[in-house]
Design a protein around this ligand. Structure first.
Ligand SMILES: Cc1cc2nc3c(=O)[nH]c(=O)nc-3n(C[C@H](O)[C@H](O)[C@H](O)COP(=O)(O)OP(=O)(O)OC[C@H]3O[C@@H](n4cnc5c(N)ncnc54)[C@H](O)[C@@H]3O)c2cc1C
Length: 248
């Protein structure tokens, strides 16, 4: 029997800033490494390490100014990597359309789907009868998958057992549902993360993708509040969340 799973997003890597020798500048103590790096990169453009403009002397004011004037290229220096589990293949298909991210995704050719689960769309999960119907369809497709897999493995002539399994799985997976869970590592710079959140945290976005964008936003707000706090999270009438920013 297929099992339902839920989204989990964990931050597994983030920018570490090492101030260079020979530059008379220090970041505010409140600044995260990512925020210090963006300020350093901006000041490096104009050699303004002595903070000549009192209005943008603090890290927070400097970065807010960068967001306001749209000097977004500076945000490309800071990065964050997340490990996402409990995401459907249909949502991951949307996620990988974002071309500035780097991805490493669970292979359906190497890993049997028994080791993964399915993501039940929220609208279906709210209804007991629809959930039953949904899980039944999942089980039927899993049954077909297993039948096709064992039949192919029995008749393929490839001598290498691993290759034979891979060939059989890559054909059989065609019957797996979009709801099949995937797991994926995503690395992006802050400009790419802001663009992704701006596009996918809107009310118009797919609900699962919106949930993913909001989960990523919350992690990034913890990591670098100044560079993500302009996104305001609000609740929609159905209880789900969306986010928007005047700068994204
Ligand atoms: C609500 C919603 C509905 C959607 N519906 C559909 C749909 O029905 N069908 C469909 O196919 N897709 C759909 N998409 C996906 C959408 O078309 C994009 O592929 C996806 O959102 C990636 O975003 P992006 O194109 O802004 O680029 P990203 O890859 O995230 O890149 C970020 C930015 O970099 C720049 N950039 C990147 N690559 C290039 C390039 N080659 N040339 C010039 N500039 C570049 C652009 O400014 C781009 O906005 C939908 C997306 C959303 C949010």
């Amino acid at each position: 029997m297929a099992q339902a799973t839920t989204l989990a997003v964990q931050l597994i890597a983030a920018t570490e800033f090492r101030p260079p020798h020979g530059v008379d500048w220090t970041a505010d103590e409140t600044a995260s490494d990512a925020e210090a790096l963006v300020e350093f990169a901006g000041r490096a453009c104009y050699e303004s390490f002595n903070k000549p403009n009192p209005r943008t002397a603090s890290n927070k004011a400097y970065l807010r100014h960068i967001l306001e004037v749209g000097h977004d290229a500076l945000l490309e220096h800071s990065t964050a990597t997340v490990y996402i589990t409990g995401l459907s293949r249909s949502a991951s298909h949307e996620l990988v359309r974002h071309r500035h991210f780097s991805f490493s995704q669970l292979s359906q050719r190497y890993v049997h789907p028994d080791e993964t689960r399915v993501v039940v769309p929220e609208l279906i999960a709210r209804d007991e009868e629809l959930t039953r119907l949904f899980m039944q369809a999942i089980d039927e497709s899993r049954f077909a998958y297993d039948e096709i897999l064992s039949s192919l493995e029995g008749r393929l002539e490839e001598a290498n057992a691993l290759l034979r399994k891979k060939q059989a799985r890559q054909a059989a997976r065609a019957v797996l549902p979009n709801a099949t869970e995937t797991r994926i590592v995503v690395t992006g710079n802050y400009r790419a993360w802001r663009h992704f959140i701006g596009a996918r945290a809107t009310e118009q976005a797919d609900e699962e993708m919106r949930g993913l964008a909001i989960a990523c936003l919350k992690l990034l707000q913890e990591q670098s509040p100044v560079l993500f706090d302009d996104f305001h999270i609000t609740a929609l009438p159905d209880g789900s969340e969306m986010a928007s920013s005047p700068y994204a």
